[in-house]
Ligand binder design. Structure first.
Ligand code: PEP
Ligand code: MG
Length: 321
């Protein structure tokens, strides 16, 4: 089966009844972008830009960042999407030259876009670098991590818009929101109605953690932090419906997008783009091709009425490899 998946890795992922799902990659830099292309990715759904900031003693300059973003963009085929997530540190991701004061509850504290609000110059520099790279070929998207409130979104978007106006560029850049705090999924209708908000991408790692109030890295709890929990799937399905009603698209860039068993359920819930780990791309594409959209929808309807993650997983038989 692996050989058959390999053979079709460069073909699009289309269900048996003709519904196309974008299969893109999660990357940490331009080497990954090139590798993702070799493995059949149709673009990048998540560039974790914190990798550009890690392993250094000072923050990368605007020029250094622009170079990395442009290199990633040039590694893709013209017109393919490149989604750059702005710096996502704090919580489990420290950065010593950007110290975050010790907190009782780092996962509920200053992390993701909240760091950017404390240090707006960091986000401003990053926005300028992204805008500078916007002409390198790919269709550029920027998204903000850990958005929890409409105010968070408006504040981050305003910073991007100010830098865009100052740069005077006309290249279109889509702007979106990481859906990884339950409030955003619950209020998808209101978020989708926000002007200038083009897309959403579900960070199922954090969304699952925050939905269940369980630390995804906790040694005794991690096994229960299953994105196939019906609570999480219900949030995703309801959000997809609300976003589509506003003509906005929904991706999934958390780990569950790399799980072939979950793929038909995600597709049935209305997910438009799966952004997965590079090695998973051929098998995720194969999983899309194995079902009709009708079957995916039936599976999704059943999944949201299940009581446990194992009931959900039992809906989708796993093939032997
Ligand atoms: C997520 O939370 O699912 C996600 C993609 O972001 P990260 O794993 O980098 O926190
Ligand atoms: Mg996250």
């Amino acid at each position: 089966r692996k050989a058959a998946e390999e053979e079709r890795k460069d073909e699009p992922a289309v269900t048996t009844d003709g519904h196309r799902v974008a299969v893109v990659a999660n990357i940490g830099g331009s080497d990954d972008a090139a590798e993702a292309m070799r493995r059949g990715a149709e673009g990048v759904g998540l560039l974790r830009s914190e990798f550009v900031f890690m392993g250094r003693t000072t923050a990368p300059t605007e020029a250094e960042q622009a170079q990395v973003y442009a290199d990633c963009s040039r590694a893709l085929q013209p017109g393919q999407p490149l989604v750059i997530r702005t710096l996502d540190v704090g919580g489990d991701k420290p950065l010593h030259y950007l110290p975050i004061p010790a907190e009782e509850n780092p996962f509920l504290g200053i992390r993701g876009v909240r760091v950017a609000f404390d240090r707006p110059e960091v986000l401003r520099t990053q926005c300028r670098a992204i805008l500078a790279a916007a002409d390198a070929g790919a269709r550029l998207h920027v998204m903000f991590p850990m958005i929890a409130t409409i105010d968070d979104w408006r504040r981050a978007k305003a910073i991007f818009d100010e830098e865009r106006a100052a740069a005077g560029t006309t290249t279109p850049v889509s702007v979106g929101i990481m859906m990884e705090v339950p409030s955003v999924a619950v209020m998808a209708r209101q978020f989708a109605a926000e002007e200038g908000c083009d897309f959403f991408s579900v960070g199922t790692n954090d969304l699952t953690s925050y939905t269940l109030a369980m630390d995804r890295g906790h040694p005794r709890l991690a096994a229960q932090v299953d994105p196939c929990n019906p609570a999480v799937l219900t949030l995703i399905g309801n959000a997809a419906e609300a976003l589509h009603a506003h003509g906005k698209w929904l991706g999934v860039c958390g780990g569950v997008a790399s799980d072939p068993q979950a793929v038909p359920i995600l597709v049935g819930l209305g997910v438009d783009e799966l952004s997965c780990s590079i090695p998973a791309i051929p098998s995720v594409k194969a999983a899309v091709r194995a079902y009709s959209l009708d079957t995916c929808r039936t599976l999704a309807h059943k999944a949201v009425t299940c009581s446990t993650p194992s009931e959900v997983r039992a809906l989708v038989p796993i093939e032997d490899s």
